[in-house]
Design a protein. Structure first.
Length: 245
């Protein structure tokens, strides 16, 4: 099966992503991780894409069985690909995607059971979590585009409105993209938030939400600020009579 990478997709069917023009585009970088001796696909393994200067771009996992992976929605450029796995020789590869076309780097051969003396020396770029309020994000959403953010705000939904984060001190909302699979769906904080969002009569709740933020430019509708939820904590019903139920 194919495992989707944890990377923000910048395009949608109805508009253009931030930074794109009618002539611009994003690309995909794909490949396969396999055992160097037998050719078997290896997965899930962690893969990290970074700029040549070491700035985090995206993360993905190779698929179990096939070893296939894809980074979607990547801007053309020169990158480094970090492949790290327990019991494997870690690798850093150079990826040239400056031509602006999709890149398939082929099979990355990994040696199983070798003497590993590089893992401790390899510093893999990581995504930096940014603390922000709803109003700060809505005031300048392009500044937070494609970043991991943590927001403490009211979360709510209605019969005719999508789940979102809002602040009574400013207009607009941050649309919430709620996962339907993966480890997060079993997390208590996520389950409490999801229950409140589906029960429209309960009203909004306070919650701390973390995830990847996207700023999507649309042609015919208002632009969308979307947060793909990766972690939820400290969910509180602000109504005094219901806080201790």
């Amino acid at each position: 099966m194919t495992i989707s990478p944890t990377v923000a997709v910048l395009t949608c069917f109805c508009g253009l992503a931030l930074g794109q023009s009618s002539a611009g585009k994003t690309i995909g970088i794909s490949g396969r991780v396999a055992d160097a001796t037998l050719g078997w696909g290896l997965g899930p393994l962690n893969l990290t894409l970074a700029t040549n200067s070491g700035e985090f771009v995206a993360a993905a996992k190779s698929a179990q069985g096939s070893g296939a992976f894809t980074f979607a929605g990547v801007s053309p450029g020169a990158y480094k690909l970090y492949v790290i796995g327990a019991g494997l020789n870690s690798k850093i590869l150079t990826v040239d995607a400056t031509a602006g076309n999709d890149v398939n780097i082929g099979t990355i051969a990994m040696v199983i059971g070798s003497i590993i003396n590089t893992d401790g020396a390899i510093e893999v770029p990581t995504s930096t979590l940014v603390e922000a309020t709803v109003c700060e994000i809505l005031k300048d959403p392009s500044h937070f585009h494609n970043k991991n953010v943590r927001v403490r705000a009211e979360a709510g939904a209605g019969i005719d409105t999508s789940p979102g984060l809002f602040d009574r001190n400013c207009e607009g909302e941050i649309e919430l993209e709620l996962p339907t699979s993966g480890p997060i769906v079993d997390d208590l904080g996520y389950r409490i938030l999801d229950w409140h969002l589906q029960s429209f009569l309960n009203g909004p709740v306070l919650a701390t939400v973390e995830g990847k933020l996207e700023y999507i430019l649309l042609i015919s509708d208002p632009n969308v600020v979307r947060l793909t939820v990766e972690k939820v904590s400290d969910v509180i019903d602000p109504r005094p009579s219901l806080q201790n139920r």
